[in-house]
Write a protein that binds this ligand. Structure first.
Ligand code: HEC
Ligand code: HEC
Ligand code: HEC
Ligand code: HEC
Ligand code: HEC
Length: 244
């Protein structure tokens, strides 16, 4: 009995690794940001890989997948369990409500959650009329944006239409520099070169600075800080372009 069970688990794991291998291969071919890390194969991943192949393919390439997180990092439950009921047990959240989503992300991103909670985007939120974490970042594909994605174009879906004035040009410049850095890193990687970890750290720091004003929807501070952030951004773009 026990031996047979262990054999079954082994077989299931072998299939999981095979399937993930295929996914990774597909991701490597499709994505210039070639995945190097294999996500941890736990109960969630091995049972969900068939029914949620699209979710998994996206997740493997995401910043969270690359950082070694798993489904349970957000959804909770018991990743070591192999049957559904036990896995979907303690602290499991399947389809999160808006409030649960905020808590999910806020578990690890506390500063961002606090800033967002005090923002004009959170105030008296009408579902759909104001963006939240998942609307701006996605859920399973955090960090993997299509090359033609433009932040300021995304924001202009609400700002500049009907009831909201367009964001000031300083804001659009600041958002554009974030897109440009992301795209130039992707291009360099496509060309087989790797920006140094120092350059990556500087790029992250620029994202953090922009995030501070965006999460808090601090219009005035964004206007004041934009020129400095754009200047730093241009320097990082140059460093990325000259990376070997
Ligand atoms: C043995 C199979 C199995 C395991 C293990 C498993 N799940 Fe599931 N899960 C399912 C099935 C089947 C569904 C489809 C909906 C249902 O039947 O409840 C599902 C649904 C879900 C959903 C969608 C919820 C909804 O209401 O539609 C999420 C999210 C989820 N699982 C996450 C997880 C996480 C996280 C883990 C690990 C802690 C996990 N699952 C482990 C089989 C499994
Ligand atoms: C970074 C947090 C995060 C991680 C990690 C994560 N999810 Fe989710 N998941 C969410 C959020 C938020 C929602 C609800 C919003 C949505 O559907 O886009 C969701 C919804 C779902 C749903 C139900 C909605 C649907 O699309 O059918 C399923 C199924 C699901 N996740 C499966 C998984 C599986 C399988 C994994 C692991 C490969 C996983 N999730 C990892 C945050 C996460
Ligand atoms: C279990 C902890 C955990 C949870 C839960 C979590 N994150 Fe993360 N997140 C991380 C880690 C770790 C990183 C990588 C940090 C780094 O590389 O500096 C990250 C990075 C990010 C980034 C930066 C991505 C990039 O490449 O620019 C964003 C945006 C993000 N998370 C959004 C979210 C959202 C939205 C949710 C909820 C749906 C969420 N996170 C849930 C741990 C988590
Ligand atoms: C209005 C859109 C928007 C909303 C809502 C939003 N973000 Fe962001 N977030 C951004 C932008 C813009 C950046 C910086 C530029 C970039 O990443 O390209 C960013 C950056 C980040 C980063 C990486 C930089 C850092 O601060 O370390 C994390 C992590 C993050 N967001 C998490 C969250 C979480 C968690 C929530 C919900 C509490 C959230 N975001 C809500 C737009 C948004
Ligand atoms: C789904 C619609 C929607 C999207 C998308 C959206 N916003 Fe907003 N934004 C709003 C609403 C609604 C308000 C609140 C207006 C008010 O309180 O009068 C707001 C307020 C703001 C404010 C404060 C404006 C002020 O006058 O003080 C800033 C700054 C802002 N958003 C930036 C952004 C940025 C940057 C993005 C893209 C990363 C973005 N928003 C995406 C709907 C949106």
């Amino acid at each position: 009995m026990r031996a047979a069970r262990i054999r079954n688990i082994r077989r299931a794991l072998a299939y999981s690794l095979l399937a993930i291998g295929c996914l990774l291969l597909a991701a490597t071919i499709l994505s210039p940001k070639a995945s190097t890390a294999i996500p941890s194969v736990d109960g969630c991943v091995s049972c969900h890989q068939k029914q949620n192949a699209a979710v998994l393919a996206l997740f493997v390439r995401s910043t969270h997948g690359q950082a070694g997180k798993s489904c349970s990092s957000c959804h909770g439950g018991d990743p070591s369990a192999t049957d559904k009921q036990a896995a979907h047990g303690a602290g499991f959240v399947g389809k999160p409500t808006a409030a649960e989503q905020l808590r999910m992300c806020g578990n690890c991103h506390r500063a961002q959650m606090v800033a967002f909670r005090g923002s004009r985007h959170a105030a008296g939120a009408q579902p759909g009329q104001r963006p939240d974490c998942v609307q701006c970042h996605g859920a399973h594909g955090v960090g993997v944006r299509p090359a033609d994605f433009s932040l300021s174009y995304y924001c202009s879906g609400c700002h500049g239409l009907e009831y909201l004035p367009a964001l000031p040009s300083q804001w659009r410049d600041m958002l554009a520099v974030s897109d440009e850095i992301r795209n130039s890193i992707r291009e360099r990687e496509e060309a087989g070169s790797h920006p140094s970890s120092d350059v990556i750290t500087r790029a992250k720091d620029i994202r953090r600075q922009i995030a501070e004003v965006v999460h808090a929807t601090d219009l005035q501070s964004g206007i004041e800080r934009s020129a400095d952030i754009v200047k730093q951004g241009e320097a990082v773009k140059k460093a990325v372009a000259s990376s070997k």
